[in-house]
Design a protein around this ligand. Structure first.
Ligand SMILES: [Zn+2]
Length: 336
């Protein structure tokens, strides 16, 4: 189909949760994970129906975390993430994000430095092999103590040559943006791009959280932000501030951010004049790819190929990857 051949951009993809399925099957026995059949694989590693309880989902994250256990494997998984993005989806501009604290949580024999250098090695190898530009975003987990956030920020700043941006992820409820403001300010001063997971879950204050991410953290892009459709004033604010939304439709359905895929406000937000981009979030665990999201927007929400390309061009422009580097792999001019 025509859509599969479109050059694409993914700005919102979690490295830890896009492990290639055949690699999971291959590695599982080494990690004492028994996968006798397809059903057990699905049960243990995939989320394909809207989540009911958080615990079962967390277990899937922790099982996937097990594979990030050595620099050798980390390099391989990072390379494969890029290779799959290029070969399956035709992604030319790829931003992968990861939380150093999440990988180390399962493997405390590894330092942030070792983890990061292994990822950079895998990504560099992929960039040599495929005509794509890849950037790495560092994630702060907002549920961890603020001290940890400070250490992660410093790590990102110390490696600003190999990180393109800083992100804040995890549950927003009860974890205000304000305490993180000095870290994001410091990151911005050091030239890192700022994107923040916000306005994802369907909670009463979701639109307000998005406004705070822009005001306190200087977010240029919002991870999800889907809930702002419920508040015209915040929609207006996002548009006026020229903040980009990294929308991830299937993810929003599976996490129950929206009740039904056909009710996703993607088109409403785009028609309002907000720059919407199309992303996968956790393609491995959600069993999707970017083609899937494009096709769904095209076939169900009625976005034309022109609309899809417009979203891709916005994403190419909004990417934190160096302008010359991304321009080389993008088929159309990127207007700076
Ligand atoms: Zn995300």
């Amino acid at each position: 189909m025509y859509i599969t051949t479109l050059p694409k951009v993914d700005l919102h993809r979690h490295l830890e949760l896009c492990v290639r399925h055949s690699t999971i099957r291959e590695l599982a026995p080494q990690f004492q994970i028994d996968l006798p059949n397809e059903e057990s694989f699905k049960e243990r590693f995939l989320i394909t129906q809207p989540m009911k309880d958080l615990n079962s989902v967390l277990n899937k994250f922790l099982d996937t975390q097990k594979f990030w256990s050595s620099t050798h494997l980390i390099e391989r998984l990072a390379f494969e993430a890029c290779e799959d993005a290029f070969r399956q989806d035709g992604i030319r501009i790829l931003e992968l994000r990861y939380a150093p604290t999440f990988i180390r949580q399962g493997h405390d024999h590894l330092s942030f430095e070792e983890i990061h250098q292994a990822i950079v090695k895998g990504v560099n190898r992929a960039e040599k092999e495929f005509p794509m530009a890849v950037g790495i975003i560092c994630i702060i987990q907002r549920i961890l103590p603020v001290k940890e956030a400070e250490a992660v920020t410093q790590f990102a700043i110390d490696h600003k040559e190999t990180f393109i941006g800083l992100d804040l992820a995890d549950n927003e409820v009860g974890f205000d943006s304000k305490p993180f403001a000095p870290f994001f300010l410091a990151a911005k001063k050091n030239g890192l791009g700022i994107t923040v997971h916000s306005g994802e879950a369907n909670v009463p204050n979701a639109p307000r959280y998005v406004r705070e991410a822009i005001d306190y953290l200087g977010a240029q892009r919002i991870g999800h932000g889907v809930q702002i459709y419920r508040d015209p004033a915040v929609m207006e604010y996002v548009k006026e501030q020229n903040v980009i939304l990294e929308l991830c439709p299937t993810s929003n359905w599976l996490t129950q951010a929206i009740p039904d895929l056909t009710q996703h406000p993607f088109k409403k937000l785009k028609d309002f004049g907000i720059k919407t981009t199309i992303n996968t979030d956790d393609p491995g665990i959600f069993n999707i790819d970017l083609n899937h999201e494009y096709k769904w927007l095209h076939e169900v929400l009625g976005l034309s190929v022109f609309d899809l390309e417009q979203c891709s061009d916005w994403a190419a422009k909004a990417s934190f990857i160096d302008f010359n580097k991304k321009s080389k792999v993008w088929p159309r001019p990127i207007f700076s």
